[in-house]
Unconditional design. Sequence first.
Length: 488
Amino acid sequence: MNGHASTVDGGVFAAVDIGASSGRVILGRVGSDGVQLEVVHRFPNGVVEIDGGLRWDFDALFAEVLEGLRAAATTAAVQGERIASIGIDTWAVDYGLVNAAGELAAQPFSYRDDRSRAAVEPVHRKLDPARLYATTGLQFLQFNTIYQLATEKNLDGLQALLIPDLIAFLLTGVRRTEATNASTTGLFDAVAGEWATEFFAALGLRKDLFPPLIQPGETFGALLPDVASAVGLPRDTKVVAVGSHDTASAVAAVPAAADKDGEDFAYISSGTWSLVGLELKHPVLTEASREANFTNERGVDGTIRYLRNMGGLWLLSECQRTWAAEGFRPELSALLQAAAALPPGGPQINPDDPYFIAPDNMPERIRAAVRRTGDVLIDDPAAITRCIMDSLANGYARTIRDAEKLADRSVEVVHVVGGGSQNQLLCQLTADVTGRKVVAGPVEATALGNVLVQARAAGAVTGGLAELRALVAAGSPLQVFAPQLTRL
């Protein structure tokens, strides 16, 4: 490969990109100078309490997807364009249960619900954690799909569809499980790239509980006639599998140098969560890796996303929500500027502590966590914000150092993509504590990865990940942060 993607101007693709707090439907136009994104529909997302549990209002979510596709169809038609395909990415691990008639049995549980905590020990009695890791390479998180499924009472006649696959099913009538998301379930063999069927048997789960696997770039199918009519798209419009775990799509769009082999950079997909790690060709399944709680998840083109799932900007957004309820609504830029003016060396927290997973009065919970360390954090938004930023940056540095050691790699540059790439304070602190150059951007890495995998499937783009990334780098504004030793 020469590091340059061959493109055909005029490819137009719809990306459905849904996170834990919001979603968008985006039109991506692919040309020789990069990818132009146009958000045609935005909508909120969040957990709701139903029957005493935290669930996703999936019916409302799917209605917003249809509304977004209608907006995409209308926008494209005005420009005289034809949408070649649709790709879907969302958060991982959560699923809906569908019966033989294709009906959703109940609104899907959210990973933020605490129900799976009680299932961890029973699962580990049947499957030793060391055995689980040696096969799946998956980081232990109490809300991993394997533990959620262990809480289900009656799965007879039901099939589990991960959230992006559930959306694809309702659009096409085709049931599949996209591989990058399958790798987050705890039921996927990291080496074979197939379901770990022996684990299904050990837990009393049917081997066909999930539909067959589909790889990024393969086609689910065309829109169902009633769906096509409802959204105003041709019936032959395809739904194409992308890296349906949003982090897989984001990492595919990391603008790493195209002449490298992909193993000399670290990435931070920074948003509600922080996904921090390396891109590898083979999983790291050692006991040391398990003890360090690193995960080996599938990426686009069979790569391995070797990473740790860390706390993220959820901490700050929850603080802002609490402050707003109290009548304090500063602009984020002003809040970060005030935090940056504070001296280094202030109190820190462990952003990975499960104590911070659930919502509710995050500022006080952060201050309480600091008190437990024997330190004091004043009740001041700037000080709390600086505590969050310092804690995240130092967590990133520790995680990257651990990843380098465990994978026997040396990192030269850190790429920050996603919403956190706009947070200049966090990016500068990350450069300072890692001692590495930080390249921030693109903000819309997930949507870019989604669109580019579709474009390649349609023949509008050719090449491997290096070529796709070169296209991202050519068309995206990037900001570079050099370490400032005086800030340490």
